[in-house]
Design a protein. Structure first.
Length: 229
């Protein structure tokens, strides 16, 4: 090979080497993040999530990629969003809230799922036990159901003349029946209060505080007599 030909070949190889090196580098693992709410309402949660990953040595955009999926308070979108994350072959799925956890569990039995829920995951059927969850799910819970009875007590102290207390609930919530029978109803009976359960599942309709004013046109008529101002 003549000198000129050698320089031409070497130059072409040098141009190819960087691309070949990049192609051989392992791709960053992808974490799926699934939530039933909007990103605007979960800014602090996402910040804490990223901080926790950083403390464990994982930095978004540097060592990991995070694929976010938000249902925007439309719970019926969660199964499709979970299926989309599974189709992208994420390494793990992090979920917030019970509906997101169930959607992820229904979408995959192999990809690890880490959940965060406010109820007992054993009682709602997410895992077999707290010590040995089994399957592909694990996570954390604040077991906050005990607070429900205390909320009734505080409300009774604030409005002692009230005899009927309304509960605005999502009937698709799997923990509702257990919460009512085990915590809310006994507390209401003790205080001499009547519980009025309002089953409202309107995933495409969002309410703000001012929408719940009895004079607001967007306030459902069956809610107005239970709103205290």
């Amino acid at each position: 090979m003549e000198r000129r030909e050698f320089i031409t070949v070497l130059g072409g190889a040098a141009a190819v080497w960087p691309f070949a090196a990049r192609a051989q580098q392992p791709t960053m693992p992808v974490i799926g993040f699934l939530s039933g709410v909007s990103p605007q309402s979960y800014v602090h949660v996402v910040a804490a999530f990223r901080q926790g990953l950083k403390e464990a040595g994982y930095v978004e955009g540097q060592s990991i990629v995070i694929e976010y999926r938000w249902a925007q308070n439309e719970i019926d979108r969660l199964p499709a969003l979970a299926a989309d994350l599974v189709s992208r072959r994420v390494a793990v799925i992090a979920t917030t809230g019970t509906p997101s956890a169930f959607a992820a569990r229904a979408a995959t039995t192999t990809i690890p799922i880490v959940f965060e829920v406010g109820f007992d995951p054993v009682a709602v059927g997410l895992v077999a036990s707290l010590s040995r969850p089994g399957g592909n799910l694990t996570g954390v819970t604040n077991l906050g159901v005990e607070v429900e009875a205390k909320q009734l007590e505080l409300l009774h102290e604030l409005v002692p003349t009230a005899t009927t207390i309304a509960l605005l609930v999502n009937p698709t919530n799997r923990t509702l029946a257990d919460m009512l029978s085990r915590d809310m109803q006994p507390a209401a009976d003790k205080l001499g209060l009547k519980l009025q359960v309002l089953n409202e599942y309107r995933p495409r309709l969002r309410y703000r505080l001012h929408d719940l004013s009895p004079t607001s046109a967007r306030c459902p008529p069956d809610w107005r007599r239970y709103i205290l101002y």
